[in-house]
Design a protein around this ligand. Structure first.
Ligand code: NAP
Length: 308
């Protein structure tokens, strides 16, 4: 198979990752996004028809139930979208002998470890969202086939609903922003995630084409879970401070910018508990595929350049 006839289906359309992936995968072959309104993952019947008709060599699941606090009261929908749907996609791609890629989260961990988490560290989600994503990981593993599960963290980009966009807005509106300073992780630009995924698909496509084997066969025993986040780490408060620094550099503040006040998690109660340590070690990804993501700070500047 050569790259020109690689057929890639992206599940999800307007999400942070789904949208970037649709842009960044274009030169890999034919890219087809399927998502709402025609696809509702709480009712996946329609998905079968689409996957069978298109018969992709790669299916990238960029859709998920990502409303972490809302999930606490909406377990059923979270489980359907984050566990049953990816398992069903994995099943269909196994039948097609294709490659299935899906994403998971740092929230599968309880955050008590003091060092960055490895792929084989014990999981222990603190909230329903994390539990639904972990259930999805296990369901995809149980299907088998040729799958890659990329665990990432703190995803943001120039569009959509995310921490960066919230801070950009609130910093110009409020005198003071009180931001949690005892949760640490790696803010990850969805474009970096899309690019890292594209590089891996590209590698596998080259191997599949030169050996005359399917994408699934090209992956071989490298299937499994990989951590995929930006390099480096910071607290939410540190991330907000960096965003404000970027705003100041660009003269984006017509009036005064908010001052940032670091607070402990205990002063910002939310329906869903979050891990204090969200740091993921990316060595397995680097050692297996030679792929690394840029430092979170470098990507923040790139996103801000895009916003102008
Ligand atoms: N956001 C984070 O901070 C974060 C952190 C760790 C891991 N992750 C993981 O990274 C991946 C990408 O996340 P993201 O930030 O790009 O998510 P996002 O921006 O919230 O987008 C979610 C996507 O899922 C789709 N979706 C949700 N419910 C659906 C339903 N019932 N039927 C069909 N589609 C549905 C949305 O569809 P529409 O396009 O129609 O809205 C959207 O494309 C996910 O697996 C997520 O769990 C995210």
């Amino acid at each position: 198979m050569n790259q020109a006839n690689l057929k890639i289906v992206i599940v999800g359309r307007n999400g942070q990752l789904a949208w970037e992936a649709a842009q960044r995968f274009q030169r890999l072959g034919e890219v087809i996004s399927i998502g709402r309104p025609e696809l509702d993952l709480t009712n996946i019947e329609g998905l079968w028809e689409d996957i069978r008709r298109i018969s992709p060599s790669v299916l990238v699941n960029a859709a998920a139930y990502t409303a972490v606090d809302q999930a606490e009261a909406d377990r059923e929908a979270a489980m359907k979208i984050n566990s049953e749907a990816p398992a069903a996609m994995a099943e269909e791609m196994k039948r097609l002998r294709g490659l299935f890629i899906t994403y998971s989260t740092d929230y599968v961990f309880d955050g008590k470890k003091t060092a960055p988490y490895n792929e084989n560290d014990a999981t222990g989600p603190l909230n329903v969202y994390g539990a639904s994503k972990l259930s999805g990981e296990k369901a995809v593993e149980a299907v088998g086939g040729s799958y890659l599960i990329f665990r990432t963290s703190w995803v943001y980009c120039a569009r959509g609903k995310n921490f960066l966009r919230t801070i950009l807005k609130l910093a110009a509106e409020r005198p003071e922003l009180r931001i949690v300073d005892d949760q640490v992780g790696a803010p990850t630009w969805s474009r970096d995630l899309a690019d890292a995924t594209r590089k891996i698909i590209e590698q596998l496509a080259t191997q599949s084409s030169s050996a005359g084997i399917s994408m699934g066969e090209a992956l071989g025993d490298r299937r499994g879970i990989y951590h995929m986040t930006a390099a480096g780490s910071v607290s939410w408060c540190g991330f907000a401070t960096a965003i404000l620094d970027e705003m100041k550099k660009r003269g984006l503040s017509k009036g005064n910018l908010a001052s940032i006040v670091p607070i402990p998690t205990s002063e910002y109660p939310t329906p869903a508990a979050r891990p204090q340590n969200s740091r993921l070690c990316n060595d397995k990804l680097k050692n297996t595929f030679g792929v690394t993501l840029p430092e979170w700070r470098t990507s923040l500047t790139a996103v801000m350049n895009e916003l102008g």
